[in-house]
Design a protein around this ligand. Structure first.
Ligand SMILES: [Zn+2]
Ligand SMILES: [Zn+2]
Length: 147
């Protein structure tokens, strides 16, 4: 078990039914909203995610996480009981993306950027002032918060 697990959690969260709970002991990435088709189908809407280094993330009930690999580049984790979209992981990423909607409040986080806006759903408008990247990149690295 990593030493960092003795520290109080920076954040915690869970799926809808509570079979999967998690804690993060380390910095979190600002939230990214991904509008790509794959993320929309996985999440049922706009995929908003923070991210944490894998060694800072403790998952309780990990046996209840089912992983789905849409491609060989990434896999997506969801609760096998309630179906909640929880995680996004790619071999090239040193961190795990965590669905922002599953975090317990207050998160202390802010939405920072929209990506893959060219694939956005046609039933909503992006009217905020945040940067909008038409294609983008999953696992985007942007500065983590300071705890
Ligand atoms: Zn669940
Ligand atoms: Zn996406």
């Amino acid at each position: 078990m990593p030493e960092s697990n003795d520290a109080p959690p920076r954040a915690s969260g869970q799926c809808l039914c509570g079979a999967v709970r998690y804690e993060v002991r380390g910095p979190l990435r600002p939230v990214i909203a991904c509008h790509c088709t794959e993320c929309r189908r996985f999440s049922g809407g706009i995929w908003t995610a923070t991210a944490a280094r894998r060694e800072h993330l403790t998952i309780h009930g990990e046996e209840n996480v089912r992983w789905y690999a849409y491609s060989d580049r990434a896999r997506r984790g969801f609760c096998s009981t309630c179906g909640a979209s929880l995680f996004f992981s790619a071999p090239a990423m040193p961190h795990m993306a965590i669905a922002a909607g599953t975090l317990n409040k207050p998160t202390g986080l802010k939405l920072a950027v929209h990506i893959f806006t060219a694939e956005a759903g046609d039933y909503y408008l992006l009217t905020d002032d945040l940067p909008k990247i038409t294609d983008g990149q999953h696992g985007l690295s942007i500065p983590e918060d300071r705890v």
